[in-house]
Design a protein around this ligand. Structure first.
Ligand code: FAD
Length: 554
């Protein structure tokens, strides 16, 4: 078997992996990145690209402040005792450092957004500015490599073009200026003739494509090699220390020896049915995941084989998901549940949750409910908002539905008819319609408090009063589609310490082995404190791992 030596081997090419590679390189390391698929970027490239960084330096531009004490108080209130205080502290201390370092020394740049923390009722929360949106970047800066980067998730592309988080909020909630934003982007997309001749992809990269695109240009400038179509097979361990890995490149096994460490950033196990069935609460299904198919827990298995302890394996980043038969993955209902006139009901036709809560919270409640739930809405909501796979009627009339949409969306002129098509209890559904009419008038959802927190209101419709999240189900036709407890990745994995070093069953570090992103047990425990709680820690602990491996204090 051929063998080659590096200081650091990084497994995976999501945002956490590339941050680790850049940091290890900038601290003097010779680094190799390997990526199992033929495309860079993993789920990170297909994501919203938002990162949750408390005390970030960018919020000052908006006159906002934060403190490590408040951030830690909030994290502790959310996470409880599932994660050690020292690890939470490590996150609060290192996340802003990672951000500043990346902004100062690489092409990775962000803007702070008014996206509220997800659990604003907890002490230490903030009504915005801890979530950062990557600045758009032109695909031209990636040259030929652009087409080797994983494209955005289909649900983040609007008629071909992509948008930033701030633009998305305006468009989703129909806030002032949304039509102008749409028109400008559509025109610039259509008029980019050279690109239109080559690809459907938008040259203006936003969200996860902007984040990974920016990481990639930084990696290429440093001449850090990334081997695509190269998979981690197993780790090599000598006397309790990991000294390298066997990888398979285009069918050939190669031994990579490492002087400083192996950093595992190979995502979760959401596409491994056996691991899902063994660990996640049921029912569970790989088809409900919104991530691309490569994350099959390979690094979890390799780490376990050298003694790593795996924890939090029953947890995922949940989200209500809908799957069109023609799609290769699910779509997550990230925001539209908060809009007025859109509700979720169970087999009895009854609501059982606050639809406007975070997607993780709603996903978790769907998960705890073993029978199929449904999203329901009326013509008014259908005309005005994008809902799941449906764009508003003006751009996507019912007459233009393809077979994939027809296969899942039910439509009827009466509530009775809709109940029958859904197979839910008619009396229960009528009762729900009566209740939401009353709550919409008073502005108070007496059952589940929808629209009562600043997070709920963030994606509500500001033009609807008294509650931007509530409207009656009044106008026929009425619609419904089934919704499942999906995920945007699993969050259980290698137990790690404050330096992202893998721990064994006795809580001792396994020298030479690190884990970050969804390969590591999440620093967020069972909760989702704010938008960007998965990629923020992935990048932060990738940074921490690389510094530790290179012997540089973070
Ligand atoms: P990934 O980014 O998936 O990277 C793992 C990589 O490892 C993959 O490229 C994979 O091919 C590779 N790999 C797997 N096995 C091997 C192997 N054996 N050898 C070599 N390589 C391997 N999170 C946020 O924080 N903010 C958001 O805005 C956000 N928006 C989202 C929007 C959508 C539509 C989705 C689907 C997810 C979103 N998420 C978001 C979740 C987030 O994208 C993921 O949780 C995160 O990107 C996971 O990062 P990772 O580095 O662990 O894995």
């Amino acid at each position: 078997m051929d063998s080659i030596e590096y200081d650091v081997l990084v497994v995976g090419s999501g945002a956490g992996a590339l941050t680790a590679a850049i940091t290890a390189h900038d601290n003097g390391g010779a680094v190799l990145v390997i990526e199992k698929s033929d495309m860079y970027g993993g789920t990170s490239a297909t994501s919203g690209g938002g990162i949750w960084i408390p005390c970030n330096h960018l919020m000052a531009e908006h006159g906002e402040t934060d403190s490590p004490e408040a951030a830690l108080e909030y994290l502790k209130a959310c996470v409880g005792d599932k994660v050690s205080d020292s690890r939470l502290k490590s996150y609060v201390q290192n996340a802003p450092k990672m951000l500043k370092d990346m902004e100062d020394n690489s092409d990775v740049k962000f803007v702070s957004t008014p996206y509220a923390d997800y659990l604003t009722e907890k002490p230490g929360s903030k009504d915005g500015w801890r979530t950062l949106d990557p600045l758009p970047i032109s695909a031209t800066r990636l040259g030929k490599e652009f087409l080797n980067m994983r494209p955005p998730h289909p649900q983040t592309i609007f008629g071909g073009f992509t948008i930033t988080v701030n633009e998305a909020k305006k468009i989703i909630t129909r806030s002032k200026g949304w039509k102008w934003i749409m028109a400008k982007l559509m025109i610039s997309y259509r008029l980019d003739i050279p690109m239109r001749l080559k690809s459907k992809r938008h040259r203006r990269l936003c969200l996860g494509n902007a984040l990974v695109g920016r990481c990639l240009t930084s990696v290429f400038k440093r001449d850090i090699p990334i081997w695509r179509s190269t998979s981690l097979k197993s780790l090599v361990e000598k006397n309790g220390k990991v000294t390298g890995a066997i990888v398979n490149k285009n069918g050939e096994d190669i031994l990579i020896t490492t002087k400083r460490g192996v950093i595992l950033a190979a995502g979760g196990f959401e596409h491994n049915s056996d691991m899902r069935n063994a660990n996640l609460p049921g029912p569970t299904d790989t088809n409900w995941s919104a991530t691309p198919g490569q994350n099959t827990g390979d690094a979890h298995i390799a780490a376990q084989a050298v003694g790593a302890n795996l924890t939090l394996m029953d947890a995922a980043w949940w989200g209500p998901s809908v799957r069109l038969p023609r799609d290769d993955r699910s779509r997550i209902l990230f925001a539209e549940r908060a809009l007025p006139g859109i509700y979720i009901v169970n087999e009895n036709g009854k609501r059982y949750l606050n639809e406007a809560a975070s997607y993780d919270e709603v996903g978790r409640q769907l998960q705890a409910h073993p029978k199929t739930s449904w999203v329901i809405f009326d013509r008014r909501a259908r005309e005005k908002y994008g809902i799941g796979p449906l764009y508003p009627t003006a751009v996507h009339p019912d007459s233009k539905w393809n077979n994939s949409i027809k296969a899942i969306v039910k439509k009827s002129d009466t509530i009775e008819g809709l109940a029958s098509l859904m197979g839910v209890d008619e009396t229960g559904l009528k009762d729900t319609v009566k209740k939401v009419a009353k709550y919409s008038e008073t502005g108070v959802d007496e059952d589940f408090g929808s629209g009562s927190t600043s997070y709920d209101k963030y994606y509500g419709d500001p033009s609807v009063t008294p509650n931007p999240c509530l409207a009656p189900l009044l106008k026929a036709p009425f619609y419904a589609f089934p919704v499942y407890p999906g995920d945007i990745g699993t969050k259980g994995g290698v137990d790690v310490d404050i330096n992202a070093q893998a721990l064994n069953k006795n809580g001792r570090p396994i020298l030479g082995l690190y884990a970050t992103g969804n390969t590591a047990s999440s620093v967020m425990g069972y909760t989702y404190p704010g938008a960007g709680s998965t990629i923020g820690p992935a990048m932060t602990f990738g940074y921490v791992a690389a510094k530790h491996a290179m012997g540089a204090n973070s």
